[in-house]
Ligand binder design. Structure first.
Ligand code: SER
Length: 324
């Protein structure tokens, strides 16, 4: 039986780009995109799935004979703090539904995204290793730390092949993030290209691990395609791209837009960022499945600006409409 992939959360920042890449690799008919609402952008097969409804996931898995699931739906770090218990319910319920359907239907492989948000006080801030102490301070981070352990539990107890990456902040021109602490690093490029001043919710020296979208997508597919025997980390792999602060992005952007203005008004998201690593160590991902990032800040900045200039030239000034 060939590979049939279900992507849950296919309208999201990562999901929308990952779905297109999987469609290219595995053909349109072998990738089923799904999200809570229909997307006008998605070219291939799309099913509306509310992932809190296990019966609906089961129905789609059966209908298409799904063999792999990428479960990307979650409420992120900043948004999650508005309604802690709802965030916990949604993030955990959807994960348990995916794990249970996968176990019962003998799904070959499951992808569960984790995050640098699993770290907090007690872990080294620089070059944080995979096995550093996990002490998350956001509901999102707690749900990801718990999720990693559940992923490992399903592997150990049932042999379900769940694989996971702890993503840094993801920066891409293709889609918009929503509700994260690292979102500023996407928004800042939009403001620069639109000729607007940027109001930064982090301090200028708030260094965080980040990764370019293309690297993040490649990492995900490389991990999912790696031979089972090479996967030694069953909680979640750290992957590093680059690390930078708002001030460093601003300096790069000013090389292309010298008059770009920025104001710093740190809010509660600064508190979240302050507990996260500044850089992470990814030796296991390198060793086990050959992970290697390709894009540095200069390259990311040049590509982001060029691609967003093309988009804004073509479309309206409304970035929400533009990116859909
Ligand atoms: N980018 C995410 C966030 O800020 C971290 O996983 O919530």
């Amino acid at each position: 039986m060939g590979t049939k992939i279900l992507v849950i959360g296919a309208n999201g920042q990562l999901g929308s780009v990952l779905t297109k890449e999987l469609q290219k690799k595995y053909t349109m008919e072998n990738v089923i995109a799904s999200d809570i609402k229909k997307s006008d952008d998605c070219k291939g097969i799309f099913e509306v799935i509310d992932a809190t409804d296990i019966n609906r996931i089961q129905e789609v898995v059966e209908r298409y004979g799904i063999t792999q699931i990428y479960h990307l739906a979650a409420i992120l770090s900043a948004k999650g703090e508005e309604t802690p218990l709802t965030t916990w319910d949604i993030n955990m319920k959807t994960l348990f539904n995916v794990l249970e359907v996968s176990r019962k239907n003998r799904i070959d492989r499951v992808f569960f995204p984790s995050s640098i948000a699993v770290f907090g006080e007690g872990a080294p801030l620089e070059n944080t290793p995979d096995d550093a102490y996990l002490n998350p301070a956001t509901v999102y981070g707690i749900s990801k730390a718990a999720g990693e352990n559940w992923a490992q539990y399903y592997f150990l107890r049932y042999g379900l092949d769940v694989r996971s990456i702890r993503y840094p902040g993801v920066i891409g021109y293709q889609s918009l993030p929503g509700g994260g602490t690292t979102d500023y690093a996407v928004d800042i490029y939009h403001k620069a290209v639109m000729g607007e001043e940027f109001d930064c919710f982090l301090k200028e020296d708030a260094t965080l691990p980040m990764i370019f979208m293309d690297d993040a997508i490649r990492a995900t597919i490389e991990l999912m395609e790696a031979p089972k025997e090479s996967i030694t980390v069953r909680t979640s792999y750290n992957i590093a791209g680059i690390s930078f602060s708002p001030q460093e992005v601003v300096n790069e952007i000013r090389k292309l837009y010298p008059d770009f203005e920025v104001k710093y008004n740190p809010d509660f998201r600064q508190e979240i960022a302050a507990r996260w690593p500044k850089s992470i160590e990814d030796a296991s991902a390198k060793k086990d499945w050959g992970w290697k990032p390709e894009f540095n800040l200069k390259e990311i900045t040049e590509i982001m600006i060029q691609k967003l200039q093309e988009k804004y030239k073509k479309g309206s000034k409304n970035k929400e409409i533009l990116l859909l």
